[in-house]
Design a protein around this ligand. Structure first.
Ligand code: FES
Ligand SMILES: [Fe+2]
Length: 430
């Protein structure tokens, strides 16, 4: 399949009324963490090319409203989150979660009637909190369910949420979710290659497997000398429609607009047995860094390496100039599915992978043969081995940094993690 310039436009543009924008609006997207909104209840956001204001009401619900007040256009980002809605800070008009104006204090009082403000409704979308993330739905009713992926149901895990903004179109980030060979060259060989040591290159990929799955695709990998009992074959990595990557954690690639992507990471790790039962009231969240203070890329961490490749493809990759090979079979399958899903939405049908059945949504199982590694407490030996691997894949990182995806983990989150993993006996305050 050769992508034409017209198809590239269709696949990448996400604004209102575009074919891909219409498709992506049929799914819930994580757009913030609950912890951020608990700390600061009103947050301006941009998603799918739309500027909006996200807020957490005093009674703990979430709303998403247009950025300018319908009265005289003041910024709703300066509003007060109250019970059941948000109040504009200019003249005090209040809007409920559906955008309906429910108070216009001077108008209501002076006219003795609510008729004027009853006709006023701001644009509003649904926002819900689940699994420590705030999710937004910008599509038509009825909204599907927010999927309960299997790891969301695991108990006794230390979970953290990390966000960062990537300066390129979402699709090249998500195509990476079905790109097995990049592990070898972008990650395994990065430090050896960049420091002039080709003799240290990792084992080559020899065989790839691509499977379709109800919610997307899975790839498996065999390196030279491995057979199908290897971990990278048995534990396939999932590319979930339309913008989720699930290897041993989650990475969503949420379009901010055509040119920027909000990368949202949900990382869980099984705590050691002596910390059971382990629960988190609010999942900690932080903003990761892939660029240093001088604007240079930080490539000690795995996602920092991904980011240089994604942005290196251009702000919107020119897919008309590619030369796809056998390793790109998954990318081709994914693009075909996106094209079919856009056509389904144009026919008025649901795209693939929506979850509407509450029973099925109690727990959506992953095709993962190594499940026990995530649901059983690690032995001290397994934990030590994992930590050694983590340090090996991130040479040059801070000595006590074991968060391999992105630089910037705050000390308090590191302390919480270290306690959960049994690495310190000092319990940090929450
Ligand atoms: S501009 Fe918002 S209440 Fe007047
Ligand atoms: Fe990667």
């Amino acid at each position: 399949m050769v992508v034409t310039a017209e198809q590239n436009e269709r696949l990448t543009r996400v604004g209102p009324g575009t074919p891909m924008g219409n498709l992506l609006r049929r799914y819930w997207h994580p757009i913030a963490s609950e912890a951020e909104l608990v700390a600061e209840p009103v947050k301006p956001v941009r998603i799918l090319g739309e500027d909006l204001v996200l807020y957490r009401t005093l009674d703990g619900r979430f709303g998403l409203i247009e950025p300018h007040c319908p009265h005289r256009r003041a910024g709703m980002a300066n509003g007060y989150a109250e019970e059941g809605g948000i109040r504009c800070s200019y003249h005090g008009w209040k809007f409920d979660l559906g955008g309906q104006c429910v108070e216009a204090p001077f108008e209501d009082l002076s006219s003795g009637s609510t008729r004027f403000r009853e006709q006023i409704c701001a644009l509003a979308y649904r926002a819900e909190v689940r699994f420590g993330l705030v999710w937004a739905y910008l599509g038509p009713a009825p909204a599907p369910l927010i999927p309960t992926w299997e790891p969301f149901t695991y108990e006794n895990c230390f979970t953290q949420i990390v966000q960062h903004v990537v300066e390129c179109n979402w699709l090249q980030c998500q195509e990476n979710s079905i790109d097995p060979v990049h592990f070898e060259w972008l990650h395994d060989n990065w430090h050896a290659g960049r420091s002039g040591h080709p003799e240290r290159y990792a084992a080559k990929h020899a065989t790839l497997g691509f499977d379709e799955w109800e919610h997307g695709f899975m790839y498996r990998r065999l390196h030279e000398g491995e057979d199908e009992s290897s971990d990278s074959w048995r534990n396939g990595r999932l590319c979930i429609m339309p913008n989720l990557f699930a290897p041993l954690h989650f990475e969503w690639r949420v379009p901010i607009d055509d040119h920027r992507t909000l990368s949202v990471i949900w990382m869980y790790e099984r705590v050691v047995a002596e910390r059971e039962p382990y629960r988190q009231d609010v999942i900690p969240s932080w903003w990761g860094q892939h660029v240093d203070a001088d604007g240079h890329p930080i490539t000690t961490h795995v996602l920092g390496q991904d980011v240089v490749s994604w942005t290196g493809q251009g702000v919107i990759a020119d897919r008309t100039r590619e030369h796809l090979g056998r390793s790109d079979r998954g990318v081709q399958m994914f693009r075909r599915r996106l094209i079919a899903d856009m056509e389904a939405v144009e026919r008025g049908e649901d795209p693939s992978g929506l979850v509407r059945d509450p029973d099925a949504n109690r727990c959506i199982r992953f095709p993962n043969e190594l499940r026990n590694q995530f649901v059983e407490a690690p032995t001290p030996e397994r934990l030590a081995a994992r930590m050694a691997v983590l340090k090996r894949v991130m040479p040059g990182s801070r000595p006590d940094d074991y968060f391999f995806l992105l630089e910037g983990q705050p000390d308090d989150v590191h302390q919480q993690w270290a306690w959960a993993m049994g690495l310190t006996d000092t319990r940090p305050s929450p």
